[in-house]
Write a protein that binds this ligand. Structure first.
Ligand SMILES: Cc1cc2nc3c(=O)[nH]c(=O)nc-3n(C[C@H](O)[C@H](O)[C@H](O)COP(=O)(O)OP(=O)(O)OC[C@H]3O[C@@H](n4cnc5c(N)ncnc54)[C@H](O)[C@@H]3O)c2cc1C
Length: 396
């Protein structure tokens, strides 16, 4: 292990917290400066679109208590000088480092216009504001984007008795992430649960419609009016503060397999902001926006920073994710969208319980399981072992 004295971690959420914990567990006894734009201690985001909207405020992230009060809350990094090894803060101050962890995550995409009753969901404040609106006696909510956040919000809004319209640009909601069979099933689940699904169109603009609410213009020329709109249209990595630093950025911080920023021996990145070549996928550059990825990468990036590039280990965790919509549990492993072939290998969509295996060149690259957690475990192991799905399931 090389000797570093001052490590700065930018971003005080899941990946940043795990980095700090890992530094201490590895025996680093130098100075750690954690810089976080939010004022809260690190908290868990997954409950924001689930339990919090239903009234449960528990967003505790285990380990956050280890930070104590000794870190820079509500402070934003605005510039990086990588030659001078300094991070500049929004109050004009600066922090020197000899090792840097970038864990600045991502923020929601917005539509132009953005009147008051259009909500996005990333922070605790966003979730509390949306919860208040959902409970304010409105009749109709339009959800733009049928991804996991849009799906979870639609599901909760139905539970609360609201009329819900879900607008999604794909053939079915989550078509890219789940493939044809599971996304068609998801669309029918939404419909059966009382959601009006409008697929294959984009929301191009939102505007205030007086007392009536918000008007949403659709790419096919239609407009619809709702009392409030929730936009779940994906996220953008928070890299603007790195502009001009010379660090390679392109839909995230471009990293080596070890999460060292390209060409750097003293900067690593982790979590939603990191883009790295994944060994399971022939070195394809990927960025993963899931909890377990940020959890594991934060820890590994910090260990690698201490070890130095020559001793560092590549990150090859199998991406995995779960969401619950209208009482059904949908899990994914690997990267289904890279598959050339998809086969339903267990159960059937008609029974609301099934699993789909995605393969490329005869090897498993992704899996989707609906109400079938055991199948997901089997397939995930197969993905990690670059096995053929037939070695996990007997061919039908
Ligand atoms: C509503 C919601 C529900 C989710 N549900 C699931 C789920 O069910 N399953 C799942 O796997 N994943 C889920 N996720 C995704 C998961 O929460 C993220 O993958 C995870 O939070 C990523 O952690 P991170 O630390 O990389 O980034 P983030 O959590 O985005 O944290 C980045 C932090 O850096 C701060 N920051 C940004 N720029 C700066 C700067 N310049 N200076 C200082 N600080 C800065 C930000 O304010 C933020 O606090 C969900 C996310 C959301 C928003």
């Amino acid at each position: 292990m090389r000797t570093l004295e001052k490590i700065t971690v930018v971003g005080a959420s899941l990946a940043g917290l795990r980095a700090v914990q890992s530094l201490r567990r590895e025996g680093f006894d130098g100075e750690i400066t954690l810089i976080g734009a939010e004022r809260h201690s690190p908290y868990n985001r997954p409950p924001l679109s689930k339990a919090v909207l239903r009234g449960d405020d528990d967003v505790a992230l285990p380990g956050a208590e280890e930070l104590g009060e000794n870190w820079l809350r509500g402070r934003q990094a605005v510039r990086l000088d990588k030659e001078g090894r300094t991070v500049t803060l929004d109050d004009g101050g600066s922090v020197a480092y000899d090792g840097l962890v970038i864990a600045t995550g991502a923020r929601p995409r917005h539509l132009p216009g953005r009147p008051g009753r259009v909500f996005t969901l990333r922070t605790l404040e966003d979730a509390l504001a949306l919860r208040e609106e959902l409970g304010a006696g409105h009749g109709h909510v339009a959800v733009i984007g049928g991804g996991f956040i849009g799906g979870e919000v639609a599901s909760t809004a139905r539970e609360l008795g609201l009329r819900v319209t879900l607008i999604d640009s794909g053939r079915h909601p989550m078509h890219t992430g789940l493939g044809e069979a599971a996304s068609a099933w998801l669309s029918s689940l939404h419909t059966r649960s009382g959601v009006e699904v409008v697929s294959g169109v984009r929301a191009s603009e939102v505007e205030e419609d007086g007392a009536k609410g918000v008007r949403v213009r659709l790419s096919d020329g239609r407009t619809l009016t709702a009392d409030l709109v929730v936009a779940g249209m994906g996220v953008l990595p928070n890299t603007e503060w790195l502009d001009g630093s010379g660090l390679a950025v392109g839909d995230g911080v471009l990293c080596e397999p070890t999460l060292f920023a390209r060409g750097s021996s003293d900067i690593v990145a982790a979590g939603d902001v990191a883009r790295w070549p994944h060994s399971l996928y022939g070195g394809a550059m990927i960025r993963v926006e899931h909890w377990s990825n940020a959890n594991e990468q934060g820890a590994l990036a910090a260990r690698n920073l201490l070890a130095g590039p020559a001793e560092a280990t590549g990150f090859d965790g199998v991406p995995n994710f779960a969401t619950s919509v209208h009482g059904s549990r949908i899990q994914t492993a690997g990267l289904p969208h890279l598959g050339e072939r998809a086969e339903v290998v267990a159960g059937t969509p008609e029974d609301d319980r099934f699993a789909v295996a995605f393969s490329r060149d005869g090897v498993l690259v992704g899996a989707v399981a609906v109400n079938s957690p055991k199948d997901l475990i089997k397939l995930k192991k197969g993905i990690a072992a670059t096995a053929a799905w037939q070695s996990v399931y007997d061919p039908r």
